[in-house]
Design a protein around this ligand. Structure first.
Ligand code: MUC
Ligand code: MN
Length: 382
């Protein structure tokens, strides 16, 4: 008997961050995890995640819009259908739902998680298998304070948790930002790789100056310095820069990947399963990168454990992962939602060998943290 989808539930879970996380478009004091569970009549449940950053500041889908769009348009399409026919289900969604990449990612991840559990294999095996059982993980320094960032980096090096640091810049002037970055690089020296993410904050001329100064400061790579849609600008910058240029916000799936590759606009792709519309979309992006001799980096939308380990299951099979990953999302959060936390050691995230995503949610904790349950308990008390 084929498994039939009975229920699709989306929950919003607000979790404070361990410190303010300052990006050029938003300062995060908490993260809203968008978690999704699909239950089928064979008793198997699959989990997916559609978490984004800063409400609507980063992308066109907010946590609330993701939930309402899944509840209203996607869940009714899938309920009552065969949960094991994933390609058919995703094609059905694509035929009636435009865009909504994060929502599609959560659905596809949950379907694959459940199917991998049924087959008794890790999720990675449904995407061609693993080349590695752990992935290197960068940490983002984004406190906004140079001294605090250096102390944080030193602590991460001591713990052997991270030796790759991505610095968030773009809020101050180019020269002020580069002075901040250069001080951190001087303090860490060859013990760490230092990179920057400008999150589109620079104009082309600012970026021209910024890239040159960053190269002098010993920075290894610059991520999305200018507007995502400015592919020609990225091509110009790349041609002039002595450090590699990485696309992030510019990359929403295979069509963007192809356009960037055709133009020789960037050196590296930050592949994100959410922005790619799911694991399959992210795999297509990686294939285009490989064919075009573009390096790969495993990106994050600062997801919690579900999106993080789903990404790792896919990235573990990428033929090369030259710039490692930034799958540190759960470490930025003050609450644990797993029965057993993900394992970070020796500068890497370890992949579980158990079926599906290989994680077990702490249901009590999750029920306590859910926004709707919180609202209900506050209401009951008043
Ligand atoms: O890359 C981004 O733009 C988003 C995210 C990833 C790490 C981080 O600190 O922010
Ligand atoms: Mn980025």
């Amino acid at each position: 008997m084929n498994p039939v989808i009975e229920k699709i539930e989306v929950m919003l879970v607000d979790v404070p961050t361990v410190r303010p996380h300052k990006l050029s478009m938003a300062t995060m004091h908490h993260q809203t995890l968008v978690l999704l569970r699909i239950d089928s009549n064979d008793g198997v449940s699959g989990w997916g995640e559609a978490t984004t950053i800063g409400g609507l500041a980063y992308g066109g889908e907010s946590p609330e819009s993701i939930k309402i769009n899944i509840d209203t348009y996607i869940a009714p399409l899938l309920t009552g259908r065969d949960a094991s026919r994933i390609a058919q289900l995703m094609a059905l969604i694509r035929s009636t739902v435009q865009d909504n990449r994060f929502a599609k990612c959560a659905i596809e991840t949950a379907l694959y998680d459940a199917q991998a559990q049924r087959l008794g294999v890790p999720l990675s095996e449904l995407f061609g298998g693993r080349l590695r059982d752990s992935v290197p993980v960068a940490w983002t320094l984004a406190s906004g304070d140079t001294g605090r960032d250096i102390a944080e980096a030193e602590k991460m090096l001591d713990l052997r948790r991270h030796n790759i640091f991505k610095l968030k810049i773009g809020l101050r002037s180019v020269r002020e930002d580069v002075a901040h970055v250069a001080a951190i690089k001087r303090a860490l020296g060859d013990r760490a790789s230092v990179r920057v993410d400008v999150n589109q904050a620079w104009s082309e001329t600012e970026a021209m100056l910024g890239m040159a100064l960053l190269a002098q400061a010993g920075v290894d790579l610059a991520e999305q310095p200018i507007a995502a849609k400015n592919h020609d600008g990225m091509r110009h910058l790349r041609a002039k820069s002595s450090i590699p240029l990485m696309a992030d916000e510019a990359l929403h799936g295979a069509v963007d990947a192809m356009a960037l590759a055709r133009r020789h606009a960037v050196d590296v792709f930050a592949v994100k399963i959410t922005q790619s519309g799911g694991l399959s979309g992210a795999k297509q992006v990686a294939a285009i990168a490989e064919a075009a001799h573009i390096d790969l980096y495993g990106g994050t939308m600062l997801e919690g454990a579900i999106g993080t380990i789903a990404s790792a299951q896919l990235f573990a099979g990428f033929s090369t992962l030259a710039w490692g990953t930034e799958l540190f999302g759960p470490l930025l959060l003050t609450e644990e939602i797993l029965q057993t936390p993900l394992v970070y050691k020796d500068f890497c995230l370890q992949l579980p060998a158990t079926p599906g995503l290989g994680i077990a949610l702490d249901q009590d904790r999750l029920n306590f943290l859910r926004r709707d349950k919180k609202a209900a308990s506050v209401f009951a008390l008043s």
